[in-house]
Design a binder for this molecule. Structure first.
Ligand SMILES: Cc1ncc(COP(=O)(O)O)c(C=O)c1O
Length: 398
């Protein structure tokens, strides 16, 4: 359950997931240990029965490894706190969390309406898995008029992501929540960008928030993890049932590392966000850079929504370069401090030259065809060093 104290997230995260004091000695290690176990032993059948009764009454008991141990419970609590939710379900990756949410909430004959800015591999889930199960998928721009046009009597779930992957466009989440309520849809959002106190979609009327903990929560590019977080008890029961049936189990060691990562997440976020803005500002002044996509950047089209709904930003930004793909490849290859890679949220800066095919179905990209999109993730290096690296690499465009 979420801690409803007045502590800031910074303080909460330093006191979460501590090992309980031993009743006899009054001592304990500071961190909760990584509890690796597949099997729980019971002193007697009476003890087993009592555990089962407490579990049936809603208590989170340890009965079998797949359902998670105290280490897992501690990370679930952290996810509840950072998302303002009351139920959290862990998944072995962010993608697995997305799959869990959609398979829990949809059945054969249903349609899911998906914002066209959603994380690209969701399209594989749609085409490869959901369609085989008789679940239809409809893509749309995430504005009220476009969504209204795409709606069918079978639409059950509206799946969005804000800011969107690649172009970081802000969606009007309270408007989407009203739309979902009006049409009796369950609103699910990917809140990987906002994890860590930047954005609280559940407070804005979203039903289910999905997070790739692989990014800023883990924070060190060394593990995969996801979570589904929500407040509604009935929806949580549906997710619980599917979570159990699919046998999602996460290594206690990965959970332990994610807890360790979470403790420093606000600090890392602040450094990465400040660097991201400094880099965005510098890039905006470069003639080859035709557009900077970053919601906290005052010139960004989504800036007003960001100011209204968010509490900060992070180190992700994209730039549109006015050049051909060969020149863009030279630019990316010339970077020395930005590693070429698909992820973000770790300590190290990364760059991705976005495949134009991924942008084609993306309404927000209309009018920019012919330009090259480069996504940058600003990690924890000195922003001055990163800017110097970008400056020398831009020369490779000529
Ligand atoms: C916005 C977003 N959502 C979900 C995911 C999927 O997370 P994972 O890689 O842990 O499966 C990613 C990964 O890049 C992402 O960027």
């Amino acid at each position: 359950m979420s801690d409803d104290s007045d502590h800031t997230l910074d303080t909460y995260l330093q006191h979460a997931a501590m090992a309980p004091l031993d009743q006899d000695t009054g001592t304990a290690p500071v961190p909760l240990p990584s509890m690796r176990a597949s099997t729980i032993r019971f002193r007697s059948l009476d003890a087993l029965d009592q555990t089962a009764r407490r579990k049936a009454a809603g208590s989170r008991e340890q009965t079998y490894g797949r359902a998670g141990m105290a280490t897992h419970r501690a990370l679930e609590d952290i996810f509840c706190e950072i998302e303002h939710g009351s139920h959290a379900f862990l998944a072995p990756s962010g993608m697995a969390a997305i799959t869990l949410a959609l398979l829990s909430l949809l059945g054969s004959g249903d349609t899911v309406l998906v914002a066209d800015c959603a994380y690209a591999p969701v399209r594989r889930l749609d085409q490869g898995v959901l369609s085989r199960m008789g679940i239809a998928v409809q893509y749309s721009r995430a504005d009220a008029a476009s969504l209204e046009q795409s709606l069918t009597p079978e639409t059950r779930v509206l799946y969005v992501e804000s800011p969107g992957s690649l172009l970081l466009e802000m969606l009007d989440m309270p408007m989407l929540a009203d739309f979902a309520r009006k049409h009796n849809l369950i609103l699910v959002t990917d809140n990987t960008w906002g994890t860590g106190g930047l954005y609280y979609p559940l407070d804005l009327g979203v039903d289910v928030s999905v997070i790739a903990g692989t990014k800023y929560v883990a924070g060190h590019s060394d593990l995969m993890l996801g979570a589904v977080v929500l407040n509604d008890r009935a929806l949580a029961d549906r997710i619980d049932e599917t979570h159990y049936a699919m046998g999602y189990a996460i290594s206690a060691d990965d959970v332990w590392l994610a807890i360790r990562g979470a403790r420093t997440m606000p600090l890392r976020l602040r450094q990465s966000a400040a660097g991201g803005l400094q880099v965005a500002q510098w890039l905006a002044g470069q003639p080859a850079v035709k557009q900077v996509y970053h919601p906290a950047f005052p010139e960004d089209a989504g800036h007003a929504l960001w100011q209204r709904d968010c509490h900060g930003s992070n180190g992700l930004l994209s730039i549109a370069l006015d050049c051909d793909v060969k020149a863009a490849r030279r630019f990316v290859d010339a970077l020395t401090l930005f590693g070429i890679g698909f992820s973000w949220g770790g300590f190290e800066s990364l760059v991705q030259l976005v495949n134009p095919g991924m942008l084609e179905p993306h309404g927000y990209w209309q009018g920019q065809q012919g330009r090259q999109l480069v996504r940058l993730y600003v990690g924890l290096e000195s922003p001055d060093d990163l800017i110097a690296d970008l400056r020398q690499a831009l020369q490779a465009l000529d």
